[in-house]
Write a protein that binds this ligand. Structure first.
Ligand SMILES: Cc1cc2nc3c(=O)[nH]c(=O)nc-3n(C[C@H](O)[C@H](O)[C@H](O)COP(=O)(O)OP(=O)(O)OC[C@H]3O[C@@H](n4cnc5c(N)ncnc54)[C@H](O)[C@@H]3O)c2cc1C
Length: 357
């Protein structure tokens, strides 16, 4: 299948994904059907470098356009599925960037066997994950897909600093699902994952101390999350348009004003996302320039989404807050997914970079 054919096939799945998203959210259920569909389409192997049978989506500059399309479509279908797929790409991208040839081959074989990867780097307030005398102790959380993802790239504290490892997640790992606590993104099935006493094979350790925190990978890859949120924004704008039209509000000047501003927010988010993806993946500018540009894109897309959410609420009124209106869920999922780490630092560091240029 060509990358264009893959994108077209995925686009055809979007309406059914949107339909399934309603029950998955209500039940806080893992989107197994959607992940299986991605497996069957070959989307899970798309991030592998072309020499390993993939399209380089996230691992090669040539795969950039495909990855933008995949992430955006999945976000449109179900933000939770988009989040899970983005983590899968992120894990493979880190393994390809920092792993040795044997580790890259093993990850590629795992993906071809159908494994879904996650990236679990956030430490809970207490008991951060540490590697001590060859064993893991402590927890990670929130971990998307906890209990469902079968390979996880984790960060852990070691005597030499922060290091990464790929863990084959099985039932020996303690999974504490965060059920009933998240307002949105419920189908991404977040959990706190305990690793107490799990022996870690030395072959599982990826890269050296501090590699996870190295730029540009740490920050520039954040464009992928903005691409997923852009898809969620697409879904919101389309749903708002349809509902306004059904009410016969096309001719109401203030509704036109609000919908026009939603379209501006959507296009702003699209322009920033595409430009940030190209900037990050082409690697033609300095690392500092790439990080600063993606940081600005993160905040621009966050702002665009928040603007559109406010406009949708005002345009549709209480209906936007009533289940099972899809807008009610989209607003919750977007609100939660927009909470990405350190937004103040991201903006102020980008501003400082511009002053120093
Ligand atoms: C749906 C979902 C799924 C997730 N899945 C995963 C996963 O699979 N794996 C994983 O590792 N993590 C995951 N996370 C966690 C995620 O990566 C982030 O850690 C989390 O979203 C950070 O959000 P926050 O708002 O708490 O950010 P924070 O960085 O805590 O920011 C909160 C506010 O505090 C400000 N702030 C931050 N630091 C300072 C400071 N030092 N001084 C002053 N102000 C400060 C920020 O600017 C912001 O205004 C997930 C999160 C969500 C929502």
């Amino acid at each position: 299948m060509t990358p264009d054919a893959l994108l077209a096939a995925l686009a055809r799945l979007v309406p059914a994904m949107q339909e399934r998203a309603i029950a998955l959210d209500a039940d806080e259920a893992f989107p197994e059907h959607d992940i299986q569909a991605l497996r069957e389409l070959g989307a899970l192997t798309a991030p592998l470098p072309s020499r390993l049978g993939g399209y380089g989506a996230g691992t090669e500059a040539e795969g950039c356009e495909l990855l933008v399309g995949l992430l955006r479509s999945l976000g449109q279908g179900n933000l939770a599925v988009g989040r899970l797929f983005e983590a899968h790409v992120n894990a493979l991208q880190l393994i390809v960037a920092y792993g040795n040839p044997m580790q890259i081959e093993r990850a590629a074989a795992d993906v071809r066997d159908g494994h879904l990867f996650g990236v679990w780097v956030t430490d809970p307030a207490e008991h951060a994950l540490v590697l001590d005398a060859g064993s893991l102790h402590g927890s990670k959380g929130p971990c998307s897909g906890g209990g469902y993802v079968t390979r996880a790239l984790v960060t852990m504290l070691t005597a030499a600093g922060t290091r990464m490892a790929v863990v084959a997640v099985d039932r020996m790992v303690g999974i504490e699902p965060m059920r009933g606590v998240l307002q949105g993104m419920r189908a991404s099935c977040n959990a706190v994952v305990r690793f107490d006493g799990i022996a870690l094979d030395v072959d599982a350790v990826i890269g050296g101390p501090g590699d996870y925190l190295r730029e540009p990978h740490l920050s520039a890859g954040a464009w992928r999350t903005t691409a997923v949120t852009l898809g969620g924004l697409d879904a919101l704008v389309t749903a708002a348009k349809n509902q306004l039209a059904r009410r016969g509000h096309q001719g109401a000047p203030l509704q036109q004003d609000r919908f026009g501003r939603m379209l501006i927010a959507q296009e702003t988010a699209r322009l920033w996302t595409v430009a940030a993806a190209q900037c990050a993946e082409a690697g033609e500018t300095s690392i500092a320039d790439r990080v600063a540009y993606v940081n600005l894109a993160r905040i621009a897309v966050e702002t665009a989404c928040l603007d559109a959410m406010r406009l949708a609420q005002r345009a549709l009124g209480l209906a936007a807050f009533l289940r099972p209106n899809p807008i009610e869920r989209l607003l919750r999922d977007l609100a939660v997914y927009l909470r990405q780490p350190a937004p103040d630092a991201v903006l102020t560091e980008a501003a400082l970079h511009a002053f120093s240029a």
